[in-house]
Design a protein around this ligand. Structure first.
Ligand code: SF4
Length: 290
């Protein structure tokens, strides 16, 4: 199998077969992220992709779930992505789930017809980073995406029937902008109603611009108490059915399940942690680099 460089996939896709289709991320500028810093975005050689798919077929008798790596595979031209999807579904007819990373602006750059064609070819789910719904924070972290672009990208995904998991980062507004961050993030989530959501507590990745800003005192990390308060606000105010993946390894609590069914139970757990968890006495949350 051709795997190049450090490989990332959502923790939710731990059991999926990984097929590398691209290298890196087209954007590669977010101040908090070092996932693909050493890679320049390009599509892998199609012959290599095909040979990996065939080799995986020889290795695995039954594959229900496939995740296409690396960064935003959805940025590929639609005809190229269709070629890959058609090869995957022809080779693994039993596969029920094909997912990839894609940004909201990748959705915006494709027509609904193109997205429907990708869905018809087997693409089921895209993992996209919202990070924050707050315009200023999105600018500060150089996401180069506006709340309006998130709304239009999600509308296209829904029109095409492609499920979206939107991830976002507790603490991304730092100590100063914690409230605005969670209020605006919750507002965008309620407006766009993604099928799945995944909050992750901010982990400062060594060497990133954000880590340097923190060292220079230009970015003050949110306290663990603020992070719990963000999760409390979120759970008090989300008003649509979704699946909550609040169990990332850097989160204070491990909350995972369908909303609204689990919402009150999760909220009670957060309120209990705010009242009693020793981490609320700490200045900074201990997290692990990705
Ligand atoms: S957060 Fe996503 S879009 Fe931003 S640089 Fe990292 S991989 Fe690329």
């Amino acid at each position: 199998m051709h795997y190049e460089g450090k490989i990332y996939r959502p923790w939710i896709e731990a059991d999926s077969l990984l097929i590398q289709v691209t290298l890196g991320c087209t954007h590669n500028k977010c101040t908090f992220c070092d996932m693909f810093r050493e890679k320049r975005f390009r599509m892998c050689d199609l012959e290599d992709v095909y040979s990996d798919i065939e080799e995986a077929r020889r290795l695995y008798r039954h594959v229900e779930s496939i995740f296409l790596i690396d960064g935003n595979v959805l940025a590929l031209k639609t005809d190229k992505l269709l070629q890959v999807l058609n090869k995957v579904t022809a080779t693994f007819p039993e596969c029920r789930h094909i997912a990839l990373y894609g940004s909201m602006n990748d959705f915006n750059r494709k027509s609904v017809e193109e997205l429907k064609a990708l869905k018809a070819a087997g693409l089921s789910t895209a993992y996209a980073g919202l990070e924050s719904g707050d315009r200023l924070i999105l600018e500060q972290v150089k996401k180069e995406m506006t709340p309006e672009e998130v709304i239009s990208g999600m509308a296209r995904a829904k029109a095409a029937g492609i499920e979206v998991l939107l991830s976002f980062i507790f603490g991304l507004g730092g100590r100063e902008r914690s409230r605005e961050h969670i209020v605006e993030t919750t507002r965008i989530l309620n407006l766009t109603r993604p099928e799945q959501i995944a909050p992750m507590a901010l982990a400062l990745q060594p060497g990133t611009e954000l880590a340097q800003q923190a060292e220079a005192g230009e970015f003050i990390q949110a306290t663990p108490l603020q992070i719990l308060e963000e999760e409390k606000y979120l759970l008090e105010n989300l008003d649509f059915p979704t699946y909550y993946w609040g169990d990332h390894g850097n989160n204070i609590l491990t909350l995972r399940g369908p909303l609204p069914q689990m919402q009150q139970r999760f909220l009670r757990e957060v309120e209990l942690a705010i009242a009693e968890h020793p981490v609320t006495q700490e200045e900074v949350l201990l997290t692990y680099a990705w």
